[in-house]
Ligand binder design. Structure first.
Ligand code: ASP
Length: 309
C-alpha cells in the first residue's frame, strides 16, 4: 500500500511575515520528507508517528517539547499521547516536566497496564526509566511569559509560533498510514500557555488524538473546545459508521463552527484519503500524498476543510 502522512504544527490566528512562512514551510516539509522516507523503508505507522513527533518536539518554533510555552506559574508542563490504530490502544502523559520528548513516555506506556499517567506519576516513571533530565525552556518563551506577567496575564493564552507574535497555537501532531495499511496518531503540546496549574490539555485525551483501523486524527486549538466536541474520536467514529473521511471532517468542522469553536484537525483513513479542517484562521499542516508534499500554510482564512483522495 502507498504510505500517507499528515503533520501539523498548530492552529492560530495568523502567520505573518514572509520569513516566517518560508521558515515554517521549510521545517514542516523537511520533517514530512524525513518521516515519509522512514515509511518507504518499512517503518510501522506507530514508529513513524513517534519519530515525527520527536522531530517536531525538537523544533523550538512549535509549542511541544523544546519551545513549550510556560504555564501561569512560569513552569513548563507538557502533555503527549499516542494511539496505535491497529491495537486501538491509547497511551499518554499529562503535565510532565524536565524531559526532551514527551512522546517517548507515551510510547513506553503503550504496552503497560496503566496507560495514561499524570504529573507526579509521570515524573516517577522518568526516574524509573532513567530518562535524562532536560530543560525544554527557550529564551523566547521566557520573554513571552515575563512580558505577560507585567500585565498580570490578560491574554487568554500564549502566542506560540516564534515567527509572529500573532501566530497562535503551535501544538504538534502526526497521523500516518504505513505500507501495511496500518494507522497511528500522535499529538504533543506545551498546553495553551499561562494556564492554571493542573489544567489538562486535550492533546493527551481521545478528544484530541484518536486512531482505529479505519482512521486517525490529531487536533490542535483551544483544548476545551476540542474536548467539548470530542473532535478526534467523533471524526473517526463517523468514518467507522460509513461517511468518507472528507465528509466526516466537513460535518464535524461545520458543527464546530456552529458552536463557535477555535480549533483545527488533520486526518487520514485506511483507504489513504487525507483530510484537514479548521475553524480558526490558519492551520499549520503539511502532508505527503505519496507523490508530493503539500501544505495548508497559504490556505485562506475562510477555507475550512480540504482533502486529497
Ligand atoms: N490543544 C492544546 C491545548 O489546549 C493547545 C494547542 O493546540 O495549541 O492544550
Amino acid at each position: 500500500m502507498q504510505p500517507k502522512l499528515i503533520i501539523h504544527g498548530g492552529a492560530g490566528s495568523s502567520l505573518q511575515g514572509k520569513g516566517g512562512l518560508v521558515e515554517v514551510r521549510q521545517s514542516l516539509h523537511a520533517i514530512a520528507k524525513e518521516v515519509y522516507d522512514l515509511l518507504l523503508n518499512g517503518k510501522s505507522a506507530k514508529d513513524a508517528v513517534i519519530s515525527g513527533c520527536r522531530l517536531l518536539e525538537n523544533e523550538p518554533r512549535f509549542n511541544a517539547g523544546t519551545g513549550s510555552v510556560l504555564q501561569s506559574d512560569g513552569q513548563v508542563r507538557m502533555s503527549a499521547s499516542l494511539m496505535d490504530g491497529t491495537r486501538q490502544s491509547f497511551s499518554g502523559a499529562i503535565n510532565v516536566s524536565r524531559l526532551k520528548n514527551p512522546i517517548e513516555l507515551a510510547e513506553f506506556l503503550q504496552t503497560q497496564s496503566d496507560r495514561v499517567l499524570s504529573d507526579y506519576g509521570a515524573a516517577e516513571l522518568l526516574r524509573e526509566l532513567q530518562i535524562p533530565p532536560y530543560n525544554p525552556l527557550t529564551d523566547l518563551r521566557l520573554k513571552e511569559w515575563m512580558e505577560e506577567r507585567k500585565d498580570n496575564f490578560q491574554k487568554k493564552m500564549a502566542g506560540v509560533l516564534a515567527e509572529s507574535e500573532e501566530a497562535g497555537r503551535g501544538t504538534i501532531g502526526v497521523v500516518v498510514l504505513d505500507r501495511d495499511g496500518k494507522l497511528a496518531a500522535g499529538t504533543s503540546t506545551g498546553g495553551k500557555g499561562f494556564e492554571r496549574i493542573g489544567r489538562v490539555s486535550d492533546s493527551a485525551m481521545p478528544a484530541g488524538n484518536y486512531a482505529t483501523i479505519k482512521a486517525g486524527v490529531s487536533c490542535t486549538g483551544i483544548g476545551e473546545d476540542i474536548i467539548d466536541e470530542c473532535l478526534a474520536a467523533r471524526i473517526v467514529v463517523r468514518v467507522t459508521d460509513g461517511l468518507s473521511l472528507a465528509e466526516a471532517m466537513a460535518k464535524s468542522i461545520a458543527e464546530c463552527q456552529e458552536n463557535k469553536r477555535d480549533l483545527g484537525a488533520i486526518a487520514l483513513d485506511a483507504t489513504g484519503a487525507i483530510a484537514w479542517g479548521k475553524t480558526c484562521d490558519i492551520l499549520v499542516a503539511a502532508y505527503h500524498n505519496g507523490k508530493e508534499i503539500g501544505d495548508t500554510l497559504e490556505w485562506g482564512v475562510k477555507e475550512t476543510v480540504g482533502s486529497e483522495a
